[in-house]
Design a protein around this ligand. Structure first.
Ligand SMILES: Nc1ncnc2c1ncn2[C@@H]1O[C@H](COP(=O)(O)OP(=O)(O)O)[C@@H](O)[C@H]1O
Ligand SMILES: N[C@@H](CCC(=O)OP(=O)(O)O)C(=O)O
Length: 256
């Protein structure tokens, strides 16, 4: 818990959640997230790590290159990022929420001074009721575009900002057992204390927009766990997923 007396949540939103698995950013989903933050703002401070820049660009442009190339993805992220922030701003401001943008890369977490700069900036934003919306700085770094779904960036940020809970929103009801993964109603592993044991449950499948799969979420949970931060893996496609998870009304995976 931070000095304000509120608990801090780092909320990681992937492109799948933000697009509701379509080809465009869902204003409805962003509104759903804003309404939950507004409902919880007396008890919780939120810091968001948001993907979605490339998905936002794709709804406006088609670049004259193969969009699987990393340079093209970087260019798409550059085009889409301001649109993504605009959509957040338009929806959140209607709910009385203020937004700000922070673009970071892994290397920013390696130097004492840049780490301090991040902490100081974000603490001022949060103290003044601005919600920092963080994405990877895709012009200078390609780690998350290529490997990670912003999951590791979310974990590094969670540790640096000393949050209480890291919430990773994805398109499954948390982590399923391998034995039931292909069943009509797969079984969620609700509580994990040993990440080694979890390793055998993970398949290498990924969702339509996903790059990291469940493995990158578990790697992120390991980073958070080492700093005594809980990771909750929740189905972000569900309406009110944060409220429902806090009230234990849905199945999700808690890694403690
Ligand atoms: N044991 C598991 N339980 C749930 N999902 C799993 C598991 N193993 C692999 N996955 C895959 O991980 C995907 C989520 O990761 P990813 O595709 O990167 O999505 P996101 O964009 O939300 O980060 C699921 O859609 C699923 O295909
Ligand atoms: N920085 C990138 C996110 C990296 C990424 O690939 O994440 P995702 O789109 O969730 O698979 C973007 O905003 O599109």
């Amino acid at each position: 818990m931070d000095k304000s007396g509120k608990k801090r949540i780092l909320l990681k939103l992937g492109s799948n959640t933000l697009t509701k698995e379509t080809n465009h950013i869902s204003r409805g989903k962003i509104e759903d997230i804003g309404m939950q933050i507004a409902a919880l703002q007396d008890e919780y401070e939120f810091i968001i790590v948001s993907s979605g820049a490339i998905a936002a660009a794709k709804q406006f442009v088609k670049l004259d290159n193969h969009d699987k190339d990393v340079f093209v993805k970087q260019a798409l992220a550059s085009i889409g990022q301001p649109h993504l922030m605009r959509i957040y701003h338009e929806n959140f401001s209607d709910l009385g929420l203020h937004t700000s943008q922070c673009l970071l890369s892994y290397s920013d977490f390696e130097k004492k001074q840049t780490k301090l700069n991040i902490v100081n900036t974000i603490n001022v934003l949060v103290k003044n009721s601005y919600i920092p919306i963080i994405n990877e700085n895709d012009t200078v770094a390609t780690d998350e575009i290529q490997f990670g779904d912003n999951d590791k960036l979310a974990a590094l940020t969670a540790v640096l900002l000393n949050v209480d809970i890291l919430i990773i929103a994805t398109n499954t009801n948390g982590i399923y057992t391998k034995a039931t993964f292909n069943d009509e109603v797969p079984e969620t592993i609700e509580l994990v204390t040993d990440l080694q044991l979890l390793q055998k449950e993970i398949g290498d499948s990924k969702s339509s927009h996903g790059t990291g799969g469940m493995q990158s979420k578990i790697d992120s949970a390991a980073i958070a766990k080492a700093a005594n931060i809980e990771t909750w893996i929740i189905n972000g496609l569900e309406d009110n997923f944060i409220l429902k998870a806090l009230n234990n009304e849905i199945s999700f995976t808690k890694i403690i």
